[in-house]
Design a protein around this ligand. Structure first.
Ligand code: ASP
Length: 400
């Protein structure tokens, strides 16, 4: 039998558990006002002080937030490469790894059940709200998020920048569907629960574990489209590895993250308009729109001009080489800056990043340093909730 939290932590009973969504649906946990969830959690904690039963001391309390992806995927046969992602719900996924019982008292919450190419800003915000609430109310000791691999690195980095707690948050997924021979999901989930349950994992920033490696959210990227060893940290290397349920760390994440982050997105929870100021995310009621422009041989200005006209507040240039771009893109960059749209230069190249010694260096266009274009976009979105000053944006890119 799966170990379960004591009744006060049985999240299904307190309004945080939501049904598996139909494939393709982006319906998420927070469709009801979040303050209702918080107040129910708080009142139940107050009414039932028996919360700290012995079991809680014996094993860490780990909550698994399930979002879908291949780890929840199902194929017609055990050898078929094509499959439907986001089919199985969290109960089925957990029950396929009975070994996790020995690691933690587990609870699963189905936040959504989608392929991660369909992830939305709303799912990010719901994950943040649920995780923030679980930690703030001392309802768990660590969180595992099961996620599709395509955008796992982006969700991980968003939470790494915004979830201001030091307890472990670990994302995992799989490359083979749950129905495959030698599916990789069960072991990845086992490692993720073991990592989230480990005191060694505290204050490391949000992590990803896949194929026995532990990666930091800052640098991790999907670098193979089909192989089970699909992830890497191309610039910095993995943080460490998992072996027999125990993490070994080689190095620290030296960038500012989680509990030390300056990005407070709690304002995204709706507030009366009178309490908002112009630059707060709540005033925008969403993260500032930020897009990516890919640079390539004889690129035209069509894409960058369309983005400028779309009302974007920030643009990441995924440059060639060391963050370079041609005259057509430069014309668009100049037009963007004239319209108070922030530009950050990154590179389409996997390794090396873009630094100040670049051919095209101009402080008006901050450089992303080691951040890939997709990570730079997330950091710029958050930076834009605070400032539009390129010098300050560059400071943020150095720090995170
Ligand atoms: N397209 C899938 C997803 O990201 C791929 C996977 O999970 O491996 O959801």
């Amino acid at each position: 039998m799966m170990q379960r939290f004591n009744s006060p932590l049985h999240l299904k009973d307190v309004g945080l558990s939501f049904n598996t969504q139909e494939k393709g649906s982006t319906s998420v946990a927070g469709s009801r006002p979040f303050y209702v969830i918080i107040s129910v959690l708080l009142s139940i904690s107050l009414l039932l002080p028996t919360l700290t039963a012995n079991a809680q001391q014996i094993k860490p309390r780990i909550v698994i937030l399930a979002t879908g992806g291949t780890i929840a995927g199902s194929a017609k046969s055990s050898v078929q490469a094509s499959y439907n992602p986001g089919v199985q719900n969290i109960e089925v996924i957990i029950s396929s790894v009975p070994e996790v019982e020995s690691l933690a008292n587990l609870e699963g919450i189905q936040v959504c059940n989608i392929s991660s190419q369909n992830i939305t800003e709303r799912v990010w915000l719901e994950l943040w709200k649920i995780a923030d609430s679980l930690f703030k109310n001392d309802l768990c000791d660590g969180i595992v998020i099961t996620h599709g691999t395509d955008t796992m690195e982006e969700t991980a980095y968003f939470l790494n920048l915004t979830l201001r707690h030091s307890l472990p948050v670990v994302l995992t997924g799989s490359m083979r569907p749950a129905t495959a021979i030698s599916a990789d999901g069960p072991f990845n989930l086992y490692n993720a629960v073991a990592l989230a349950a480990s005191p060694l994992a505290h204050n490391k920033g949000v992590m990803v574990t896949m194929n026995d490696y532990i990666y930091c959210a800052n640098d991790v990227t999907k670098s193979n489209t089909v192989n089970t060893n699909a992830f890497s940290c191309p610039n910095l290397g993995p943080l460490g590895y998992m072996r027999e349920g125990v993490p070994t760390f080689y190095r620290e994440n030296m960038f500012t993250h989680t509990s030390a982050s300056e990005f407070d997105i709690s304002n995204l929870i709706e507030k009366p308009k009178s309490e908002l100021n112009e630059l707060s995310p709540a005033a925008l009621n969403k993260l500032p729109k930020t897009e990516i422009i890919l640079s390539y041989a004889f690129a035209s200005g069509t894409a960058i001009n369309a983005i400028i006209d779309s009302g974007a507040q920030g643009i990441i240039i995924a440059g060639v080489g060391h963050g370079n771009f041609n005259r057509e893109i430069l014309k668009g960059m100049e037009k963007a800056v004239a319209q108070n749209i922030a530009i950050v230069r990154s590179s389409r190249i996997l390794m090396g990043g873009v630094d100040f010694a670049a051919e095209e260096y101009n402080p008006q266009y901050p450089v992303s340093l080691n951040k890939s274009p997709q990570k730079a976009r997330i950091l710029l979105m958050l930076a834009l909730t605070k400032t539009k000053d390129p010098i300050e944006i560059q400071r943020i890119f150095k720090e995170y």
